[in-house]
Design a binder for this molecule. Sequence first.
Ligand code: ZN
Ligand code: ZN
Length: 335
Amino acid sequence: MKSVVIEQPEQLSIAQRAEPQPAAGEVRVKVKYASICGSDVHIWHGHNPFAKYPRVIGHEFFGIIDAVGAGVDPARLGVRVAVDPVVSCGHCYPCSVGRPNVCSELQVIGVHRDGGFSEFSVVPNANAWALPDNIDDRVASLVEPFTIAANICAFLQPQPQDIALVYGAGPMGLTAIQVLKGVYGVKQVIVADRLTQRLQMASDNGADLTLNNAETPLAVQLAGVQPTLIIDAACHPYILAEATALASPAGRIGLLGFSGAPCTITQQSLTSKELSIFTSRLNSHRFPQVIRWMSEGKIAPSKLVTHYIPLDEIERAMTLFEKDPRSCCKVILEI
Ligand SMILES: [Zn+2]
Ligand SMILES: [Zn+2]
């Protein structure tokens, strides 16, 4: 089978590998579509501290179960599935409180173990979620990125009267906008980004107001409007301090970034307004929820997709995704 392998940082190739056999409790997925994410690019360039090499990358993928391991119901054969990349132990403290995404033995498919940019992928049966017929194959790999938005929103508990501010109109910001508007019915969603083309995508995905913060500070543009809910999907260390200054008293701030750089913030800036800060990593059992939203038409994954590219052109696809944020949002690989 063909697999996209990062042999070591900066060494991307399409390798021929033996077809994997599912072990007990696993299924084999014949992958049909997979989408490229920033973390795939980070593994390619050696910027993901968790990745082990060589690695088959890809954690957003869709396919059909074509083999099952011991103990798995054969009725699963032929089922269309989206794969949750979070593999957890089930018994540590975070697992015991429903937070498998920060399991002490966390294994992320496509990061710690081989992923879905491949003709076949073996995954735990419990990670392969069946999809209703009305979710199109061509957008089904996008369940995973929407679970990122679902997870942070589960902490933030958006309300219709919220004034939301989303930093960043990349894929994470756009999924957040769709979930805030389409699922939670938030009255006003404001989006800040430095690229006009990305702000246009934000409008197309439901933003009520877009602000370019390349030159004029947001505080000036907001002119006293205090967001009650802020999501940092741009993930720059400076944002937390600005967000605390902009937020309404009793506001909530959600962080998705993974930067190792410090940020400076005072206790007073938080406690004087009794702000709540939530962080969110990957997703905790959010696949059923997102599949339901997609099936009910509350979110529109096709709005994120700008390119379909065959797996054989993986290097061109990854480069386009990385270098061309003005014209490129989600790239879906045809496998
Ligand atoms: Zn991703
Ligand atoms: Zn665990």
